[in-house]
Design a protein around this ligand. Structure first.
Ligand code: B1M
Length: 208
């Protein structure tokens, strides 16, 4: 599917009403929402990041774009969640301490639900105790998201915290995170995107 230019622009402008109208039209036509997500919606957020780097837009612009993106995601969530197979594990996910970015984390949570996981969504700015509480509540995997190079190192604290619990898998992801970094800090897995995160988690869960 080619990029939906109107939707791409509406997300960049933060025009929530147009975003919901356009996404609803795509849903009504029965077009593929995964294509829409990958070819039009995620690229719009990437574009906002590039504009921010060039000082063409500022934090409030990113914020309204993110809200518009989230309103589109909320509409496609049921479709994303209905695509998967049934699995059986309870997991928790959160954006790590100091980090307020939640769109990628929300996407991973949607995909996990679609794959049949029971997901405890801890939200943003999560510290080790919150992840621990979710594990005490039955989660056997911890998924951490970070979008800032300054918050990424907190993932190491989470990995170290669960070092004595081989039954608890820690999988990490987010724009600045790499496979190499995951290996370096001893995480059990790394998901470069929401789909891969589910696959990596599947293999961690199977292996345990
Ligand atoms: Co911010 N921000 N932001 N921001 N923001 C980035 C990340 C940035 C790259 C922009 C830029 O400079 N080009 C930059 C980080 C630079 C760096 O650290 N190297 C940045 C900055 C600097 C900041 C502030 C410091 C700005 C300031 O205040 N001066 C500030 C920090 C606030 C804080 O967190 N403490 C800030 C604030 C914000 C807003 C609040 C305004 C807003 C977030 C709103 C929200 O999330 N509700 C925002 C936004 C929107 C962005 C950009 C434009 C878009 C992020 C996004 O939603 N992408 C971003 C630029 C960019 O990403 N290119 C930027 C779409 C999303 C689907 O992708 O989150 O990468 P992503 O998720 C992907 C994968 O990474 C992966 O799956 C998803 C897709 O399939 N994934 C996982 C994510 N989490 C995973 C977890 C897993 C597995 C995979 O678990 C296993």
């Amino acid at each position: 599917m080619p990029r939906n230019e109107s939707l791409f622009e509406a997300i960049c402008k933060g025009d929530r009403d147009t975003v919901t109208d356009l996404v609803q039209k795509v849903l009504d036509r029965g077009d593929d929402v995964v294509d829409l997500l990958n070819n039009s919606m995620i690229p719009a957020m990437r574009e906002m990041g590039d504009r921010f780097s060039r000082n063409d837009v500022y934090v409030p612009d990113m914020l309204i774009a993110a809200r518009a993106m989230q309103s589109g995601l909320d509409l496609i969530a049921p479709q994303l969640a209905s695509s998967g197979h049934k699995s059986v594990a309870k997991v928790c996910i959160g954006t790590v301490k100091g980090d307020l970015h939640d769109i990628g984390k929300n996407l991973v949570a949607m995909m996990l639900k679609g794959a049949g996981y029971e997901v405890i969504d801890l939200g943003v700015d999560c510290n080790v105790s919150q992840f621990q509480q979710a594990v005490d509540d039955g989660a056997n995997a911890v998924l951490c998201s970070a979008l800032l190079t300054t918050t990424m190192p907190y993932m190491k604290s989470v990995v170290e915290h669960f070092k004595e619990r081989p039954d608890v898998k820690v999988v990490i992801g987010g724009a600045p995170v790499t496979e190499q970094y995951a290996e370096e800090i001893g995480a059990d897995g790394y998901g470069p995107d929401a789909n891969q995160a589910v696959k990596v988690l599947d293999s961690c869960v199977k292996a345990s």
